[in-house]
Design a protein around this ligand. Sequence first.
Ligand SMILES: [Zn+2]
Length: 254
Amino acid sequence: MTLQPKSTKYDKDKVRKIAGKAVDFLLPPLCPITGDIVDKIGMISPEFWHELSFINDPYCARCGSPFSFDSGDATCGACLDHPPVYNQGRSALAYNDASRDMILKFKHGDQLHAVKAFTPWLLQSGKSLIDEADIIIPVPLHRMRILKRRYNQADIIARDLMRHYPEKTYIPDALLRVRNTQSQGHKKFEERKKNIRNAFEIHPEKSANIDNKNILIIDDVYTTGATLNECAQTLLDGGASTVNVLTVARVVKE
Ligand SMILES: [Zn+2]
């Protein structure tokens, strides 16, 4: 009979852990979407890149929705009919099959390293909003949702972005989600607006931080804008001077 030292299991685990890290370090960087080998971490494979639709000028000065041609109008019809509560919204990508796939993998499939691809896009599309902001915050998730998913995807995106702006103030819990609302899923704007009403509150200890400040809210996707408008309304009611919003992707109406 061979006596196994008691520490064997512990040592094996330790070795596996160390070896795992070394293997991670030695492995070539992979595209977070396709799994193809790419030149550096956060890079998207060229094939997938062509399927993404980046939002460039011209776009609506308020919500950032792209115009199919330069009509000279600064504001889109939707913003004229129902002006958003926030001041300016910008998004890096149009929400299409490719960006949906990428964001769903990031959000539910634990492909968290995809954030390394998002950050340079947000730095470009949101530069002026980030420069103007006094405070940056993520759209919060309800604590029950965090327990289920283990992380808030908006917080992951915002934190990676903030590495490029160490002088800016990031307050991840300035807004609290006090109601665990139903999924916004396939709801239309008015239903979403009703569903999300009074879902947020300002953290009781953070209200002084937002008073009279220009605040930038970060999220993954702008769908109808109902959630971001409700966040903006809560912040403005709480004394913020201006609220802008920046997302990785946004739904673009045809
Ligand atoms: Zn607009």
